[in-house]
Write a protein that binds this ligand. Structure first.
Ligand SMILES: NC(=O)c1ccc[n+]([C@@H]2O[C@H](COP(=O)([O-])OP(=O)(O)OC[C@H]3O[C@@H](n4cnc5c(N)ncnc54)[C@H](O)[C@@H]3O)[C@@H](O)[C@H]2O)c1
Length: 343
């Protein structure tokens, strides 16, 4: 048996897929999640997929006492820290909630890690920290800036991690900057389960395809891109999950601390919104009615990663295509039209 990992937010979309990948790679996992944006059913399904119960603790990362009890009863090699709120629009309406959860929660977690001398952290950062990029593809040295509280909360945590690494060189802190995670587990058993109207494109497209939503709004068709719609670097969530395993494997290989080491997780390829809609329609056999709407404030024309650092350091690269992303999203959506809610 390999090292034991604490997975905060492990009941969520990316967390559940990563738990499976970690288990398959031989890691022992403990999931810590307050279920504010997930469900026990997700944990049950992960347990079924891996063929054994998952150790799950319902708790909040802002609750130092609860975290302390978890660290007292386990010896962790490191923490993968997914727990956080992620809706940009909601963060504009409720900035204090976002800073409290994402920033204060992370500080509490880091304090407990320091107390128990657990110095390996893989943190869910985002390509949003690059703001409107000056050049493409975006590499890890690109300037960072954010225009909304969600993005600011990610950037602030990155700054905290940088300061921490300067203050004490025994830390290994890897913020993984995700591009646009989509897709679902090939079993169709786990996937993205938005609470309300989806904020992200792929669940929105899938809900139009399955007939839950009438029409897709595509924001902007006059960008300087291949077809005028925005271009993003979509990455299959199971590839993303493997990126976390690769980051832990990398930390296990190190003989000296790595400090603060940000790494992009993307495919390096841009796909336009219209290209994604066309691919999804082809895979699902369903029409995806759409209309063009005005550009949204803060949206950028194109965003895709330089994936070289992940390839060189972590020996990881994304493998799955847009077609596979659409196939797996569609399988999840059509097998679970109401997500994890059993009606
Ligand atoms: N999905 C994306 O497009 C995307 C892109 C870039 C970065 N990220 C980041 O990756 C992480 C995971 O994203 P996801 O898509 O799986 O989101 P998600 O909402 O599905 O998962 C987050 C999990 O964290 C839990 N959580 C939230 N606040 C908590 C708290 N205070 N204490 C304990 N648990 C808490 C939620 O219940 C949920 O299960 C988030 O930090 C998100 O900001 C996501």
């Amino acid at each position: 048996m390999k090292n034991k990992i604490l997975v905060t937010g492990g009941a969520g979309y990316i967390g559940t897929h990563t738990c499976i990948a970690l288990h398959e790679a031989g890691y022992e996992i403990v999931v810590y999640d307050n279920l504010s944006n997930s469900s026990r059913e997700a944990i049950n399904r992960v347990s079924t997929l891996i063929g054994q119960p998952i150790e799950f603790i319902e708790g909040d990362i802002r609750d130092a006492e609860s975290l302390k009890q978890v660290f007292l009863s386990h010896h962790f090699f490191g923490v993968i820290h997914f727990a956080g709120l992620k809706a940009v629009g909601e963060s504009v309406a409720k900035p204090l909630m976002y800073y409290n959860n994402n920033v204060s929660g992370t500080i509490t977690l880091l304090e407990i890690m320091a107390k128990f001398n657990v110095k390996n952290l893989v943190f869910s950062s985002s390509a949003t920290v690059y703001g409107d990029p000056e050049s493409l593809p975006i590499d890890e040295n690109s300037p960072r800036s954010c225009t909304n509280p969600y993005g600011q909360s990610k950037l602030t945590v990155e700054h905290i991690l940088e300061d921490l690494a300067v203050s004490d060189d025994s830390w290994n802190l890897i913020p993984l900057r995700y591009f646009n995670p989509v897709g679902a587990h090939p079993s169709g058993q786990i996937g993205e389960d938005p609470n309300d109207i989806p904020n992200n494109l792929m669940p929105y497209i899938s809900q139009v395809a399955v007939g839950k939503l009438a029409k897709l709004n595509i924001f902007g068709n006059d960008y300087q891109t291949i077809d005028g719609t925005g271009v993003r670097d979509f990455i299959h969530v199971t590839d993303l999950a493997q990126g976390h395993v690769a980051a832990l494997n990398y930390l296990e290989r190190q003989v000296a601390p790595v400090g603060f080491l940000p790494i992009n997780l993307g495919t390096g390829k841009g796909t336009s919104v219209l290209e994604l809609v066309t691919a999804f329609s082809k895979v699902s056999g369903q029409p995806i009615p759409y209309q063009f709407a005005d550009r949204r404030a803060g949206d950028i024309a194109s965003c895709y990663a330089s994936a070289d650092k992940a390839k060189n350091l972590l020996e990881w690269q994304a493998k799955l295509s847009i077609t596979e992303m659409c196939q797996d999203s569609w399988r999840w959506q059509s097998m679970n039209p109401n997500g994890y809610t059993v009606t």
